[in-house]
Design a protein around this ligand. Structure first.
Ligand code: FAD
Ligand code: SF4
Length: 483
């Protein structure tokens, strides 16, 4: 039986065959795969393919397809048990630790799983045929081991107004024409993680909707290079360091993430790729299900946290401070925060449940509590890492100065700390801490921790809805004799 798992090389080749329309710094990007700003993000996704081939990671990185029985990459799998969900959390930590950044492929996995639940539920109510259609699409994704961009967030225009009241109707993606063979859509999706490294784009609505918004209540999938799709690459702090040559100033010399604005300018979608069409009463369920899965996916932050803690400990050793009691205590604090995050993503997975379609979903309350912690703890872990690192992390001259015969000798002399450690190694570890807490990787480790999968208030609303307050009151009243 052919194993539908691609190697990292096959993945790279498959991206070369795409014909994406990409703009960056005001120009069309011709060679997307080899562009030095984009390339590290491709390397990070390639790692999701590479690790699935390694026997020592197979249990976590691969799964058995419930539709074909074949071994597939877990990123294309529909969770069949709480054990699958736990492995998904472990996969996120593993890859975060391997790459030290966002490896991008989870949004598509979460979109597939959410659609496997919601298409089934829409059919149950309306007698539509979305679930069968979805399974055919899923098989195509699994057989070709595709990376999918999970595209939920619309630009949203004036946040006070629902889609149909926006002065510009395209602020939320919507259908503009219905044809015999499909639909034509217009709009955009903002902040799209890994968009340029994806074979497919899976579109979902952003917010719960009412009948007036039915033209906006659509979900579908398209090849990423479909006619009319335009990508405008988001920039990250320190991104142009990747153009400078050298290998120190980037901090993480191998991997990175990226986001893009994805414009859909009158794009045709054939019916066999439409998974929701105007069933506005199911939009809330799709948003909530996707968001819960993605909040669980933030086990990736635990893996990046592992890297940051390792970097902070190394910086302490290179600075000669590792034995100081307050440094040791700060490292303990970083670990305690990071492992608390791990507890959250394991807990919401092991407390998962089976949906009517057979897909296992996470515990919504615990997934939201986990994500709420994610909006805070990486900031605190970063603060402690910067404390331990010292100010040199942000005042250090460039690699070119370090290599220059005139300036280099002074840097070598005055930035030496622990005599057993080459000055260059000290510079490198400080650059990595800079990268994760202030540079390109801070997009994923910090701001995405805040807003990705919904800003903090979105989780607080879900926590207030899901928590059983009455049960707690009954317990309290019983113990003190209130009838
Ligand atoms: C790095 C990164 C990667 C991302 N990747 C993806 C991705 O791959 N796919 C995807 O679909 N999305 C992605 N997102 C989008 C993410 O889900 C959104 O950023 C998030 O939902 C917040 O939306 P926003 O950025 O438009 O912020 P805003 O909606 O502008 O929110 C800013 C603040 O305003 C508040 N606010 C907003 N609206 C209201 C309102 N009506 N009433 C009261 N307060 C309000 C919010 O609570 C928040 O505090 C990503 C985001 C980031 C930062
Ligand atoms: S931020 Fe984390 S969960 Fe989201 S796509 Fe990147 S690696 Fe995956």
């Amino acid at each position: 039986m052919r194993m539908p798992i691609m190697t990292a090389e096959q993945y790279e080749d498959s991206l070369r065959r795409l014909n994406l329309v990409v703009y960056m710094f005001g120009e069309r990007v011709k060679d997307v795969v080899d562009n030095p700003i984009i390339r590290p993000s491709m390397n990070a996704v390639a790692r999701t393919y590479e690790l699935a081939q390694r026997p020592e990671h197979e249990d976590i990185m691969a799964a058995t397809s419930h539709i074909t029985g074949k071994k597939i990459n877990r990123f294309t799998h529909i969770h069949q048990s709480t054990n699958d969900l736990v492995k998904k959390s472990k996969m996120g930590r593993l890859l975060g630790r391997e790459t030290g950044c966002c490896f991008q492929r989870c949004v598509g996995m979460d979109a597939l799983n959410a659609l496997s639940i919601v298409t089934f539920n829409i059919d149950a109510k309306y007698g539509t045929g979305y679930y069968k259609r979805f399974l055919r699409y899923l098989e195509y994704v699994q057989e070709n081991d595709l990376t999918c961009d999970g595209a939920m967030t619309d630009p949203k225009g004036d946040r006070r107004l629902p889609p149909h009241q926006q002065p510009d109707p395209d602020q939320f993606l919507h259908v503009v024409e219905e044809r015999k063979d499909g639909i034509v859509v217009r709009g955009a999706k903002a902040h799209q993680t890994g968009a340029l490294n994806s074979h497919e784009i899976i579109i979902m609505p952003t917010i719960s909707m009412r009948e007036e918004d039915r033209d906006y209540a659509i979900s579908f999938a398209l090849p990423s290079d479909s006619q009319g799709i335009i990508y405008i690459m988001g920039r990250q702090s320190c991104d142009t360091r990747k153009l400078e040559g050298g290998s120190m100033d980037q901090g993480n010399i191998m991997f990175g993430g990226h986001e893009a604005l994805v414009v859909l300018d009158n794009v045709f979608v054939p019916w066999d790729r439409v998974f929701m069409y105007k069933e506005y009463d199911f939009v809330g369920q799709l948003v909530e299900t996707f968001a819960s899965y993605h909040r669980q996916s933030y086990s990736c932050k635990v893996g990046v946290g592992d890297v940051l803690i390792g970097a902070a400990q190394t910086a302490a050793e290179y600075n000669g401070t590792e034995r100081a009691s307050h440094i040791r205590d700060k490292i303990i604090e970083m670990n305690q925060l990071n492992e608390t995050l791990y507890c959250g993503c394991i807990a919401c997975a092991s407390e998962g449940h089976k949906e009517p379609s057979g897909t296992y979903s996470v515990n919504t309350l615990l997934a939201n509590v986990h994500k709420q912690n994610v909006t805070r703890f990486p900031y605190e872990i970063s603060r402690l890492a910067q404390d331990i690192a010292g100010g040199l992390m942000v005042t250090m001259p460039s690699e070119k100065d370090f290599r220059s015969p005139e300036a280099g000798k002074w840097l070598e002399k005055y930035f030496k700390a622990n005599p057993d450690v080459p000055t260059e190694d000290r510079m490198r570890i400080l650059r990595l801490i800079e990268n994760i807490t202030l540079g390109t990787a801070a997009v994923g480790y910090l701001t995405e921790s805040m807003h990705g999968a919904g800003s903090p208030q979105a989780q607080r609303i879900m926590i207030s809805r899901r928590v059983n307050l009455q049960q707690k009151q009954i317990a309290a009243k019983k113990l003190c004799g209130i009838k």
